[in-house]
Design a protein around this ligand. Structure first.
Ligand code: F6P
Length: 366
């Protein structure tokens, strides 16, 4: 009989989102019941490279189910294979994966549960190729990880968008304005699509369906003519017009993904105002979508993900990620989760449903 695992590490990588603490709790409590020691690695892979970890006891994870953020800290700058080191004002990129392996061995860990998005899963795959035993848990408000029907955190972000749209509706209708709201999601339109659908947006613009300016102008004008003297436009930060590209705020080479998206909301609002004569306003929801308490759905999904992840580790099913398939939690190979990004398909049921109730995607045809 092969040896039972005894010591596991757990880390949260990349941008935070609601539900991280619920996963940490979902891993730690059953791990202790099974007699394992659990070590919280601090600030994602940064802590693994720099040797920062702390033992987690049940008291540490008690009462955190409903809290936002992560008790372990997170970072999107700690990629061991792409480690930014500042020297005399210059940034050099180093490979510090051997330091990560060294700490893993020094702490005598039998496995690491890595909770994160596509960046975290890419790093996990490379570390697992070097011999680290890893189990992945798919997190991101963006919902852009392949091989799982849903990532935890997405539902909470959609809730924030939907509530914001409810609030924008009343002020838009009082002032007969076009309200443009920019939401996150990087290169995927899931937050704009699901949030826009839940919040009754009139126009939803997503990266997967490059839009036509004239279709957007026509829709807001038509609404005015028909007596609806306001419009709500929900724009994904990665959305782009047919005749243009994605709008970015800048680059930060220290990050796992250096491109910082943002600005399309204001651009769309200005163009609508100029070309229709209607008054517009812009709201950028930003990090409000990542903060605060997880929705009940995310608390449940995170707890299921965490408790299933520790089971995978106990069964030594390494190099795998827990995944939602239909209504069941299964596991997939991490490599299958990172083979490509999960993007909105033009014939996705949510797109078709939105279209059927009159939402425009800024295109003549779907
Ligand atoms: O991936 C999650 C996400 O919130 C994206 O939707 C967004 O583009 C990005 O992270 C923002 O990153 P940061 O918190 O580094 O500004």
């Amino acid at each position: 009989m092969s040896k039972r695992i005894k010591r596991i590490g757990i880390l949260t990588g990349g941008g935070d989102c609601p539900g991280l603490n619920a996963v940490i709790r979902g891993v730690t409590k059953p791990a202790h019941d099974y007699g394992l020691k659990v070590f919280g690695i601090l600030d994602g892979f940064e802590g693994l490279v720099e040797g920062r970890a702390t033992e987690l006891y049940n008291k540490d994870v008690s009462g955190i189910l409903a809290t936002g953020g992560t008790i372990l800290g997170s970072s999107n700058k700690g990629d061991p294979f792409h480690w930014p080191e500042e020297n005399g004002g210059k940034i050099k990129i180093l490979d510090r994966s051997k330091d990560a392996m060294r700490n893993y061995e020094a702490w005598a860990l039998d496995a690491v549960i890595a909770i994160g998005g596509d960046g975290t899963m890419h790093i996990s795959k490379l570390l697992s190729d070097m011999g680290m035993n890893i189990v992945g848990v798919p997190k991101t408000i963006d919902n852009d990880i392949e091989a799982t029907d849903l990532t935890f955190g997405h539902d909470s972000a959609v809730f924030v968008v939907s509530e914001a749209l409810d609030r924008l509706h009343t002020t838009a209708s009082s002032h007969h304005r076009v309200m443009v709201i920019e939401v996150m999601g990087r290169y995927a339109g899931w937050i704009a699509l699901n949030g826009g659908l839940a919040g009754g947006a009139d126009i939803i613009l997503i990266p997967e369906l490059p839009f036509d300016w004239n279709v957007v102008y026509d829709r807001v004008l038509q609404r005015n003519i028909s007596g609806k003297r306001f419009s709500i436009v929900c724009v994904a930060e990665g959305a782009k017009p047919k005749d243009g590209g994605i709008i970015t705020k800048g680059k930060d080479i220290k990050r796992t993904d250096p491109v910082q998206l943002g600005g399309i909301g204001e651009f769309v609002a200005k163009k609508i105002s100029k070309n229709t004569g209607l008054e517009t306003r812009t709201t950028v929801l930003g990090h409000l979508q990542r903060g605060g308490s997880p929705t009940p759905y995310d608390r449940i999904l995170s707890t299921k993900f965490g408790t299933n992840a520790i089971q995978l580790a106990i069964k030594k099913q390494f190099g795998r990620m827990v995944a939602l398939k239909g209504s069941e939690i299964k596991s997939v190979r991490i490599i299958d989760a990172i083979s490509r990004q999960k993007l909105v398909k033009p014939k996705d049921q949510a797109v078709l449903a939105a279209h059927a109730v009159g939402v425009s995607f800024g295109t003549e045809k779907l």
